[in-house]
Design a protein around this ligand. Structure first.
Ligand code: SF4
Length: 350
């Protein structure tokens, strides 16, 4: 008989599973805690469960794990993990320690079907959606390595979360569970390039989860030129869902704007941005493009970044220029490509 995989099951699912074995429901809560709080790899360390029961459980169930194939530390302290999924594809996560927080950037898909022109993941092609357990396991691996508690999780790694929303939301529920990692919903952010169908579903399910919308341009044709999904997801509908999110959650939305030299970094672009976000409680994160080998985009000039930011500053609630982390290990935004990196020049952790 094939054993049931408990990694990725929510608490009530684990409870239902143990009941199906004829065990008391509270055993499910115990096992859930061992998996997601103590990072147990099997049943042997579960000291509050008798040896006989552990034996019975290990015959019926298992706790799967991602295979970590590489771990690289950047000069700036961030760490990139490369994992191999059981059926072969690779995914990546990036751990980013800062003074006041430790953020983990997780993947939601192997590859990405969105195919944004500036992104290494998009140019890699799409393999498949990740299961909830494969998403949560990125957190467990990173937390084992991190000296500090991971305080924030952002779905900004490989993949478009709105195209795998059920598994993403399930992973969020596990991360938020008091018997699991107990991460506050406010510390978990889902990022999207603007998939209207997914956003409609997300805004009603979000509760207090954060939302980051990758706008990258407020001009429909520029957007369509760099993000093919924009052709089927008009800005008017995307912005309507952005506004609805702020109304239903009473939270600000983050607009992400990747500055690409000579493409979306002019004052005209900044004016269009101010216009389109009018009336939406938000903050804006500007990012400089990180060059990807073989892609025809350039990093913006510093004076253009400052001019863009300077125009926005007095006109919007909050605007920051986010510094990229992990550029040297190809762990920064848009650089994740699920590839091994030459290990000669980098610190390898084992
Ligand atoms: S930027 Fe995000 S949505 Fe676009 S191709 Fe890359 S991973 Fe996919």
């Amino acid at each position: 008989m094939e054993r049931v995989d408990l990694k990725g099951m929510g608490r009530t699912e684990v409870e239902a599973f143990v009941q199906s074995l004829g065990l008391d429901r509270f055993r499910g809560k115990q096992i859930f805690r061992w998996i997601y709080q103590e990072w147990a790899r099997d049943f042997s360390p579960m000291s509050d469960i008798s040896k006989g029961l552990r034996q019975k459980l290990s015959e019926a169930a298992m706790i799967s794990e991602l295979e970590r194939v590489q771990m690289l530390e950047s000069v700036d302290g961030s760490t990139k993990f490369l994992f191999r999924l059981a059926d072969g594809p690779h995914i990546e996560s990036v751990l980013i320690p800062e003074a006041d927080r430790v953020t983990l950037c997780v993947s939601s898909q192997a590859g990405c079907p969105a195919k944004c022109a500036f992104c290494a993941t998009g140019n890699l092609g799409y393999k498949r959606n990740l299961k909830a357990g494969e998403i949560v396991d990125q957190f467990i691996h990173a937390q084992r390595v991190s000296r500090r508690r991971i305080s924030n999780v952002v779905f900004m790694g490989m993949g478009e979360p709105m195209l795998n929303l059920d598994n993403v939301l399930k992973a969020c529920r596990i991360l938020n569970d008091d018997y699991g990692p107990a991460l506050s919903q406010k510390k978990i952010t889902i990022s999207t390039v603007g998939i209207v169908r997914g956003m409609k579903k997300f805004v009603v399910a979000a509760n207090k989860l954060g939302l980051a919308l990758s706008l990258h341009s407020a001009d429909e044709s520029t957007r369509q030129g760099i993000m093919p999904v924009a052709k089927k997801n008009p800005l008017s509908e995307i912005m309507a869902q952005a506004k609805r999110y702020t109304e239903l959650t009473r939270r600000r939305i983050s607009f992400e704007y990747l500055l690409l030299g000579g493409i979306n970094d002019s004052i005209t672009d900044a004016k269009k941005l101010v216009k389109i976000i009018h009336g939406i409680p938000c903050k804006i994160n500007l990012m400089r493009y990180n060059p990807v080998d073989g892609l025809p985009f350039e990093r913006p000039r510093e004076k253009d970044v400052l001019r863009f930011q300077g125009y926005l500053n007095p006109r919007v609630y909050a605007v920051t220029v986010r510094e990229s982390r992990g550029v040297d290990i190809k762990g920064a935004c848009g650089q994740l490509a699920g590839q091994m990196i030459d290990q000669q020049n980098h610190t390898i952790k084992t």
